[in-house]
Design a protein around this ligand. Structure first.
Ligand SMILES: NC(=O)c1ccc[n+]([C@@H]2O[C@H](COP(=O)([O-])OP(=O)(O)OC[C@H]3O[C@@H](n4cnc5c(N)ncnc54)[C@H](OP(=O)(O)O)[C@@H]3O)[C@@H](O)[C@H]2O)c1
Length: 287
């Protein structure tokens, strides 16, 4: 059943609260190396679970490997209620660079590496991360997706998703196997996927925006400031509340390295934006 607080992934019994946690910020500066303070990183994960988070987004790219290792250290053995979503399709260079790694052996190695670092025998959800630096928009990703479908058949993955993909690529993969979620860049100021969100909602597929707060370039807007002041909240909370109200299939994974920010983010379900506020906020994304 889908309600305003949770969303059930299609043809699964996986019911995810609409506010989850994106673990990328647990690694060190530039998502490279260990965190400044390991105890704080662990306490963020504990706090998230205590506050009811049952959806954590991660990857072996983060650190690399370190974020998954922190999750394991903090939360293993995992509660049956927790869904950990990871992604494959890139590798970090020794200088911190992000490099495509979408060949057959790359994907097989990445799945085994995630299994090892998270300490599980099967990954809940794996997103194939494609992205324009890896393939051109028009490129077929069927061959790459099929490799993950094979690993799913072997029992190493429960469900599959896609990340940084076009509507055409999603449709192509759906002919091969079920896609339960799509993770693309989207926020109040970056709205390329407006039509895709509607389409996925009609199909009951979760849309999980990455960079919901602007990522490495945090959102800045006088409208966000004004609306936030009028409802005694913060601009970042309003940006998240706008996403929650945007469509019932949107699941939030804001990233933070701060317990205070985590608590603020987990409260945004309580914020109610009036239709007038939404109209005003909508203009932020109009180019
Ligand atoms: N599929 C992909 O290609 C892809 C790419 C990027 C990210 N992701 C996933 O998406 C998740 C979210 O993206 P993200 O973490 O990069 O970006 P984000 O959630 O848009 O923004 C994170 C930034 O916002 C700050 N922040 C968080 N909560 C705040 C609050 N309440 N008030 C003020 N500042 C706040 C954080 O700083 P503090 O640490 O100081 O709170 C951090 O600098 C990631 O964690 C990752 O799991 C996926």
């Amino acid at each position: 059943m889908n309600d305003t607080k949770a969303f059930t992934l299609p043809n699964t019994s996986t019911n995810l609260n609409r506010i989850g946690y994106g673990a990328m910020q647990l690694a060190g500066p530039h998502v490279f190396g260990p965190p400044k303070d390991m105890d704080v990183a662990i306490s963020i994960l504990h706090e998230a679970i205590e506050c009811g988070v049952n959806h954590i987004d991660t990857s072996d790219f983060y650190g690399p490997y370190i974020t998954n290792q922190i999750i394991k250290k903090a939360l293993h053995p995992y509660s049956e209620k927790l869904t950990i979503v990871t992604k494959v399709g890139a590798l970090r260079g020794p200088d911190g660079s992000w490099n495509p790694a979408i060949g057959k052996q790359d994907l097989i190695d990445a799945v085994h590496s995630n299994l090892r670092n998270l300490g599980v025998e099967s990954l809940d959800i794996v997103n194939l991360r494609v992205g324009s630096p890896i393939t051109k928009e028009s490129d077929s990703i069927a061959e790459h997706f099929s490799i993950l479908v094979d690993l799913k058949r072997q029992g190493l993955i429960r469900h599959l998703g896609l990340s940084t993909v076009t509507a055409t690529q999603i449709a192509e993969c759906q002919k091969i196997s079920e896609v339960v979620c799509v993770q693309n860049m989207y926020n109040i100021a970056h709205r390329t996927d407006d039509a895709l969100i509607v389409d996925l909602a009609q199909q009951g597929i979760a849309y999980v925006p990455y960079f919901p707060l602007g990522g490495f370039t945090p959102l800045q807007s006088s409208t966000l400031n004004r609306v936030a002041a009028s409802i005694n909240s913060t601009p970042m909370q309003v940006a998240l509340a706008w996403l929650l109200q945007r469509s019932a299939n949107i699941l939030l994974i804001p990233g933070t390295s701060s317990v205070t920010h985590l608590r603020e983010n987990l409260k945004v379900g309580e914020l109610k934006l009036t239709p007038e506020m939404v109209d005003e906020l909508d203009l932020i994304g109009v180019k």
